[in-house]
Design a protein around this ligand. Structure first.
Ligand code: 5AD
Ligand code: SF4
Length: 428
């Protein structure tokens, strides 16, 4: 999401006549796009800014964008007086206006209003990835998970019209993109604000029909809003990739309630059941937080049992990190850092064993990959399957200079915990 925000910000700058340079040293304007989902993000930003403090006198202009900007607001000007722009993502629709102010010498420009129904809907996106185009469909979040800073930094939910999403999908297809990833904090609560009123399942089905688009992914889902209609839409069109990321956070009902996740373990497992009994197999991935306040050994064991039960294909796991303004920040029974680290290691070890086993089962099968690039050191091409596995492979035509962007059939010959290795099965 943040990477794509940067693509839109860069596009807006380039359209105003700015030129992108390689290093902050070469730049006249330096913008930091920041994330504050975990850890001491604000500390990192101030450390970076400190490195360039002396440059400010030489006419370099600095700005802080994103969630740390929204969270810290005008305090940033006090702590780093050489910063001239502080703006959260909800203000990016006003970015051009803020740039005009900066250009005219204003050294205290802010965009901190969260009270908006606008989305940063710009045709001026400077995309970094040559094969996968990110498209935002919904911004902000109306949930209130007790550990999460996002509702405070990205504001309330705003969906784009289905028409503007389809127009962007058509544009990227015309530019040669074959893969689209739809983005939002909670894509499942997408609701077309125009009279058509499409829900997420309908939008997915429509995007998958855009001529030239061969793969559509989406992230992130919320179990509460993940409907059976989404699974049916995926089943109906294989352009919708064989992968669902469905963050569970914890396997314990007590903790899910404390986290205000709005579903139970049983309701979550019902969604998993829809996917496991669907018409084709779907790879599943999730997010886990360990060490949420009050997490007992029993709660933690329930999370481990859930991993055994679901058998995820991949997993992102995090130590709980208290965030400003959130409901959980003052909760009793904080878990000590060492214990969080111990639990994280246990989760990761268990998941590693699951992935080793699941990936090994794929040896001998033939999978279609989108070629993303080349690893010259290993003499391999880098590919990705529809179910989101990295599948790196050798190709018989060693003279082939550029396979990137092509779709090839690859036979899996080896596997590891995080990726597969193979060889081209048919040369097309
Ligand atoms: N501490 C730890 N992990 C968090 N996440 C969100 N907020 C926190 C926090 N305060 C994790 C959740 C979410 C993912 C994007 O980041 O698992 O799904
Ligand atoms: Fe944060 Fe919860 Fe919203 Fe996800 S659904 S962005 S975890 S508040």
């Amino acid at each position: 999401m943040n990477a794509h925000d940067s693509e839109k910000v860069v596009g807006t700058l380039v359209a105003r006549g700015y030129e992108q340079v390689e290093t902050p040293e070469d730049a006249h304007l330096v913008l930091y796009n920041t994330c504050s989902i975990r850890d001491k993000a604000e500390q990192k930003v101030f450390n970076r800014l400190q490195n360039f403090k002396r440059e400010a006198g030489k006419g370099k202009v600095f700005g802080v964008l994103g969630c740390v900007a929204q969270q810290e607001g005008e305090k940033i000007f006090d702590r780093a007086p050489h910063v001239s722009l502080v703006a959260g993502s909800a203000s990016y629709p006003r970015l051009s206006e803020m740039l005009v102010q900066l250009e005219s010498g204003n050294r205290r420009v802010t965009g901190l209003n969260l009270d908006t129904d606008e989305t940063f809907d710009t045709p001026l996106t400077r995309r970094d990835n040559p094969h996968r185009a990110y498209i935002t469909i919904i911004e902000g979040c109306d949930k209130a998970c007790s550990y999460c800073v996002v509702p405070f930094t990205r504001g309330p939910e705003r969906s784009r019209t289905g028409e503007s999403v389809l127009a962007e999908a058509g544009r990227v297809a015309a530019q040669g993109y074959t893969e689209i990833q739809l983005l939002g904090q909670n894509v499942n609560s997408y609701r077309d604000p125009s009279p058509a009123g499409w829900d997420f399942a309908t939008l997915l089905a429509r995007v998958a029909e855009v001529p030239g688009i061969r793969r559509v992914r989406y992230t992130t889902s919320h179990p509460r809003d993940f409907t059976k209609a989404i699974v049916d839409a995926m089943d109906a069109n294989p352009v919708l990739c064989d992968h669902v990321h469905l963050p569970v956070q914890s396997g314990s009902n007590r903790l899910l309630a404390g986290m205000k996740r709005l579903y139970t373990r049983e309701q979550y497992l019902q969604r998993i059941e829809w996917l496991k009994t669907a018409r084709r197999p779907y790879a599943l991935s999730t997010d886990i937080i360990v060490g949420f306040p009050g997490e007992t050994d029993k709660d933690f064991q329930e999370t481990l049992d859930l991993l055994d039960l679901v058998q995820y294909d991949s997993l992102f796991s995090f130590k709980y990190s208290p965030r400003p303004n959130t409901a959980a920040v003052g909760m009793a029974d904080a878990i000590p850092e060492e214990e969080k680290a111990r639990r994280l290691a246990i989760v990761q070890e268990k998941q590693r064993a699951i992935q080793i086993r699941r990936n090994a089962e794929l040896i001998g099968t033939i999978r279609e990959v989108l070629v993303e690039g080349r690893n010259a050191a290993l003499g391999q091409w880098i590919g990705r399957t529809s179910d989101n596995r990295p599948l790196n492979f050798t190709h018989p035509d060693t003279q082939a200079t550029d396979l990137a962007g092509r779709y090839l059939s690859v036979r899996v010959t080896r596997s590891g915990p995080n990726s597969l290795v193979g060889e081209t099965a048919t040369v097309v």
